[in-house]
Design a protein around this ligand. Structure first.
Ligand code: PRE
Length: 358
């Protein structure tokens, strides 16, 4: 075959490639439409029965020279690409998606602008036990220039016989301390019915890991004008975590901070496994600020500093850790809370690494 003849064949192949390109993209548009219709109907995007039907049709009409198995492979790749497109459209449609809103959401907590490029620290006791206990922690946190104080009043505990928290009384203590020390408070709410009254006492509603898919609670938190710190569920995928945040924003409240707090894996050296890569993934996928709770992810005091360093290095907007005046007698989580000396060491080391917006 002469070179000229070869060129003619190649020109024809080029032409067919372009036709295939057009056809593949035309198909993709239809698949996107189908995806939207499925979304409205709430049907699963992946449909193996439909795929089998299409493959059978292709097999029946295959006149060669390709083997049926080769064609199956090629078409299966096309189906997969269509499915990815549908999934991507779904993600883009979410209100929390960075594709929907490219700029960072900044959550303003009494002047602390979480998500603005600075890295913030949240500290406080696991549970509010008394005014004196919370005030002591606030004093030491304040002496280090911190403003964000956490403390649990409603404590969802694994055992019903463990300390369940002081409830509203605990929130009142937090408010009194926050007013005295000019600090902002974060506290977990577990019952949607408690949100209305709780917001008079706290600056941030925390939704805990065990309640990440408590949809009534998420919706109730979405209906108030108060920042929400949403923790990742114990066994939640990032997709599920993002969708939980979507529940809140879909009700009108976009002041959401995501918090990676470790997930349950087979590893028992730590209480949970800190999924550090969740931080950049969540920041890429959503426009929301992301914090890391080093206390609950590790469950180990000796790992708080290295894990907090990792969180800062990977770009978390804040790091959360628990501090108690006397961890040995704490009513909850005594093995993992820091005493004041440990806290001072922790914060001194981390302040050197934390980004501060100019
Ligand atoms: C499509 C995509 C994914 C499904 O697994 C099956 C088929 C396709 O690419 O043809 C389209 C589609 O979503 C559908 O027909 O239901």
């Amino acid at each position: 075959m002469s070179n000229a003849e070869l060129d003619i064949l190649r020109d024809k192949v080029d032409e067919i490639n372009l036709k295939l390109l057009d056809l593949i993209n035309e198909r993709a548009h239809l698949v996107q439409e189908i995806g939207k219709a499925k979304e409205v109907q709430g049907v699963n995007q992946y449909d193996p029965v439909r795929e089998r039907h299409m493959l059978n049709l292709i097999n029946e009409n295959n006149n060669g020279p390709f083997e049926t198995s080769t064609l199956q492979h090629i078409f299966k790749e096309i189906f997969k690409a269509g499915l990815e497109l549908q999934k991507d459209d779904h993600r883009k449609a979410l209100l929390v998606s960075r594709k929907k809103k490219p700029e960072n959401t900044i959550v303003d907590i009494k002047g602390e602008k979480i998500g603005d490029g600075s890295q913030y620290f949240v500290v406080g006791p696991c549970a509010v036990e008394s005014y004196e206990q919370v005030a002591a922690v606030a004093a030491v946190a304040k002496s280090q220039g911190l403003k964000l104080l956490r403390g649990g009043a409603y404590k969802p505990r694994t055992s019903p016989y463990d300390f369940q928290g002081l409830g509203l009384e605990g929130l009142k203590i937090l408010k009194r301390v926050a007013d005295e020390y000019d600090m902002a408070t974060i506290s977990e709410i577990v019952n949607p019915a408690d949100i209305e009254k709780a917001i008079d006492y706290i600056d941030v509603i925390q939704i805990g890991a065990r309640n990440m898919q408590n949809f009534d609670l998420l919706k109730a938190a979405g209906q108030v004008n108060k920042p929400v710190l949403l923790k990742r569920g114990l066994a939640a995928t990032l997709d599920e975590f993002i969708n939980a945040a979507e529940y809140i924003i879909s009700q009108g409240n976009g002041q959401i901070i995501l918090c990676e707090r470790g997930i349950r894996t087979y590893e028992r050296a730590t209480r949970n496994t800190l999924d550090i890569s969740a931080v950049p993934i969540l920041k890429q996928e959503t426009h929301l600020p992301v914090m890391v709770d080093v206390t609950h992810s590790t469950g180990r005091r000796d790992l708080l500093i290295p894990c907090a360093k990792a969180a800062l290095a990977i770009g978390a907007d804040g790091v959360m850790a628990e501090v108690h005046p006397d961890p040995a007698v704490a009513l909850s989580d005594s093995a993992q809370q820091m005493d004041f000396d440990q806290f001072n060491e922790y914060i001194t080391q981390l302040k050197k690494l934390a980004a501060v917006k100019a």
